[in-house]
Design a protein around this ligand. Structure first.
Ligand code: UGA
Length: 453
């Protein structure tokens, strides 16, 4: 099928490449000429494992092309996907202007019988509003609007598309239903379940799914604080509760507070929608506040554990592993607080490009060990595999101090202690080397760091 995707950002690009991989003829359009020129040379502006290869393969196969004007390709497409940005304002409300502008600009050029599919994350009711807009613009009801939310995680977006737990299609008419089922036939034939429901439900599914996943993280972070206070181990607790299949083990890893372009924005939009419709979402409102406070509390831990004007090594600045994205990453809150407190911050990230543009006043290094040289405290902030396999003996030797704060719980405490480090995870018992090993006892910093946030 001929498909146009409006928007060559993270979602638009991944969706375009994956739809081409399913065998469709895809044109991915964006009004950013520079971006399109780069994409035509198969230069991918974001770091996403496998995406560059997939784009190149699909371009070579002639199933994927890029354009800065959608009007021509839209005239023959069976479906136009809207994958443009939906930024949020200070109150958490979603700005729909890009979605509306995209729909208004492409609708007059679509062929009769085609469908417009909203892939962008939008508040409930948007597809129905756009349907009215399209009808007005076309002075006809021969193009209908559907919703098809994405559930792609950065870092594993291609796998999430190809091996989705489910495909959700929001359809208010039979034509949208049959076109979307045809588009996803290669996946449903391979066993991926498809949930077809009204557009408003599909939109609510997207926000509710992200809100519930974020609530799991917020909950386990609170449990981690309790574990610290009582002397428990949150990893054991998470494993024990997660094995109840009604709960599940996923998204129960305690951390420095969730970030990224989705959870923070989507939870704010969910809460804001609740307020607007008089159906407040107190759980999610508390979650948002707790998550932001947690990022600040992590900064306080580091400051308390570091000598005055001391040196801190930060390992990982992206909001999670396998992405270079720093949007709402814990590092974006923590770094400015550390710098303001007068600490000398040395950072490493395997994909530092975006972080280097956004984080000022710190020193960047090519390796974790280089960042840790002469550090009083080393902090693991992102769970990159590279840090799981850190040579802890060399880390200990490189550092001036001994404290390792593992805000992702990816290092075994005993292993760190054997290397001579004073280890503190989140919600886990501290691990401290035998006093004789290096002739050192427990440092005062350790006692401070051990107190819950
Ligand atoms: C999230 C959802 O997982 C996707 O299903 C959804 O499609 C996407 O948002 C979206 O709405 O577009 P993403 O933002 O890529 O995907 O990242 P996640 O893997 O969900 O992680 C979000 C944040 O939660 C990260 O900061 C991560 O470090 C944190 N997290 C995640 C934890 O702290 N603990 C966990 O156990 C899991």
């Amino acid at each position: 099928m001929k498909i146009v995707v409006l928007g060559a950002g993270y979602v638009g690009l991944t969706t375009s490449a994956c739809l081409a991989q399913l065998g469709h003829d895809v044109t991915c359009c964006d009004i950013d000429d520079t971006r399109i020129a780069a994409l035509r040379c198969a230069e991918i502006p974001i770091y996403e494992p496998g995406l560059t290869d997939l784009v190149r393969t699909q371009m070579q196969a002639g199933r994927l092309r890029f354009a800065n004007d959608a009007t021509g390709p839209a005239a023959s497409a069976a479906a136009v996907f809207l994958a443009v940005g939906t930024p949020s304002d200070a109150r958490g409300d979603i700005d729909l202007s890009f979605v509306e502008a995209g729909a208004a600009s492409v609708a007059p050029h679509m062929r009769s019988g085609a469908i417009l599919v909203v892939k962008s994350t939008v508040v409930a009711g948007t597809a129905r509003q756009l349907d009215q807009l399209v009808k007005r613009v076309r002075r006809s009801d021969d193009v209908t609007v559907a919703s098809n939310p994405e559930f792609l995680r950065e870092g594993s977006a291609i796998d999430d598309f190809m091996g989705a737990d489910r495909i959700v299609i929001g359809v208010d008419d039979a034509r949208s239903d049959s076109v979307l089922r045809a588009i996803y036939k290669p996946l449903t034939r391979a066993g991926v379940p498809l949930v077809a429901t009204a557009t408003v439900n599909a939109e609510l599914i997207k926000y509710s799914a992200n809100a519930l996943l974020a609530l799991k993280i917020g909950f386990i972070n609170d449990v981690a604080d309790l574990c610290e206070a009582i002397g428990g181990d949150v990893t054991a607790v998470a494993d024990g509760i997660g094995r109840d299949h009604r709960i599940g083990t996923a998204f129960l890893a305690a951390g420095p507070g969730f970030g990224g372009s989705c959870f923070p924005k989507d939870t704010r939009a969910f809460a804001s929608t609740g307020r607007r419709y008089g159906a407040r979402q107190p759980l999610v409102e508390a979650l948002i506040e707790g998550n932001e406070a947690r990022k600040r509390a992590m900064s306080e831990r580091i400051i308390k554990a570091t000598p005055h004007h001391g040196r801190v090594a930060l390992l990982g600045t992206s909001f999670k592993a396998n992405t270079d994205d720093v949007r709402e990453a814990a590092a974006m809150i923590i770094v400015p607080i550390l710098v303001k407190a007068g600490l000398d911050v040395h950072a490493h990230d395997p994909q530092p490009g975006s972080a280097m543009r956004h984080l000022a006043g710190i020193h960047w290094h090519d390796s974790a060990l280089a960042a840790a040289r002469d550090a009083d405290v080393t902090v693991i902030l992102t769970e990159w595999d590279e840090y799981r396999g850190l040579d802890l003996d060399r880390l200990c030797m490189a550092m001036r101090g001994r404290l390792l704060l593992d805000f992702r719980n990816i290092i075994a405490g005993e292993r760190a202690a054997r290397a001579g480090l004073h280890y503190h995870g989140l919600g886990r018992p501290a691990a401290i080397p035998e006093p004789t090993r290096r002739g050192q006892g427990t440092s005062p910093a350790l006692h401070v760091a051990a107190s819950p946030a």
